[in-house]
Design a protein around this ligand. Sequence first.
Ligand code: SF4
Length: 115
Amino acid sequence: MLEIIEPAETPNGPVGSTEWMDVAACAGHSELFFAPFAERPEARVRREAAARVICNGCVGLSSCRDYARTNRELGFWGGESESERAEAGFPPTTPIIGRKRVAEQRARDAMRNAS
Ligand code: SF4
């Protein structure tokens, strides 16, 4: 059963250190980490795969992942998509996450079946 961790209180902005941002390997590649408007599920799968490659070589990965989980960030952070953060118990506070998860899984299945 999925355990949902309640969001941190953030009355004055994001919680946690951001020093790891100084060594972020994603600098200059924000188009890979945040979805454009009306992104198709197949395009999301490809974009996030490219983002994951960058994250896997980033020395700030662990801190970045913790920050994104704590602050319920949208986008791809610390080697995790929004769906993966949600599955880990840290869902973004957006009602569309369920629809996106279904669409992403369908896209992965379609791409797997096509190869
Ligand atoms: S882990 Fe990924 S999203 Fe986080 S700073 Fe590094 S490259 Fe950027």
